[in-house]
Design a protein around this ligand. Structure first.
Ligand code: ACM
Length: 263
């Protein structure tokens, strides 16, 4: 099975242009799972909830269902960050679109970064894993700043994830220090699709740092993209190899946990 992370520059507010670019990647990349950045249809730096509401769409909207149809036609899984509206709520979400739509779902970012809390609502939905039996794949999703909380990766790993994907709009570079550890300590693949480019809203520049990455379950980097430049990184992965959590005849990284002694 192959997994791809797409690093590109969504243009703020240009939904049609961003959609066309994403669609082109969805149809042209030869991979079973294709991960896009956070808020890939709209851009990132919203000023307030009123502005998000102009762009936010429902998971059942034509926009998301269009990509659901492409997923089914091409037999590829897509994970795409988008601004989601659900009745009166607004979420920073990722659509996880599976060829068999019964597995498709939406993840809502749990840890809102910086001024996102003025633009999006907090979710109580939490972490889940898609157990895609026909593909022998257990897929967990985080979004961007979630990387900073080891509990997030641990939770999807304990729920059975083999592969953790993380659509991102990262503005720092320090995450490269910790994400390989998340992969190693949970024995999961960890895949970050980060965006590039600079957004200028109200005269303030926000620069994104690329460096999209695919880490193997032993923490080693399989692919790292450049800091800038549009790029697709692709690796072959073997999800079932992550499931045996022992590393010698006595120790098992999950069975050895002592949660009664943790905060
Ligand atoms: C981030 O969570 N977009 C840094």
């Amino acid at each position: 099975m192959k997994i791809a992370a797409v690093q590109f520059c969504p243009i703020f507010g240009e939904v049609e242009a961003n959609k066309a670019k994403i669609e082109n990647y969805c149809t042209s990349i030869e991979a079973d799972i294709i991960v896009f950045p956070e808020l890939a249809f709209t851009g990132y730096d919203f000023l307030n909830k009123e502005e998000v509401r102009k762009y936010a769409v429902d998971f059942k909207s034509d926009l998301i269902q269009h990509f659901q149809n492409i997923s089914t036609k091409t037999d590829k899984i897509f994970v795409i960050g988008f601004a989601e509206s659900d009745t009166d709520k607004l979420y920073n979400s990722a659509a996880i679109l599976c060829p068999n739509s019964n597995y498709s779902d939406v993840y809502r970012k749990v840890h809102l970064f910086y001024k996102e809390r003025f633009c999006f609502d907090q979710t109580d939905k939490g972490y889940f894993v898609i157990d895609y039996k026909e593909k022998n794949l257990k897929l967990g999703t985080l979004i961007c700043y979630d990387w900073r909380f080891p509990e997030a990766t641990r939770t999807v790993a304990i729920k059975g994830a083999d592969v953790v994907v993380c659509p991102s709009n990262l503005v720092t570079k320090v995450w490269h220090i910790s994400t390989p550890s998340r992969a190693l300590e949970n024995k999961v693949y960890f895949v970050v699709a980060n965006r590039i480019g600079t957004e200028n809203r109200n005269g303030v520049d926000l620069e994104f740092n690329g460096g999209s990455a695919i880490y193997s379950y032993n923490g080693s980097a399989m692919q790292i993209a450049a800091k800038d430049g549009e790029e697709v990184i692709i690796s072959e992965i073997f999800p079932e190899e992550t499931r045996k959590k022992s590393f010698n005849e006595i120790n098992d990284i999950f069975a050895d946990r002592r949660p009664e002694l943790y905060m």
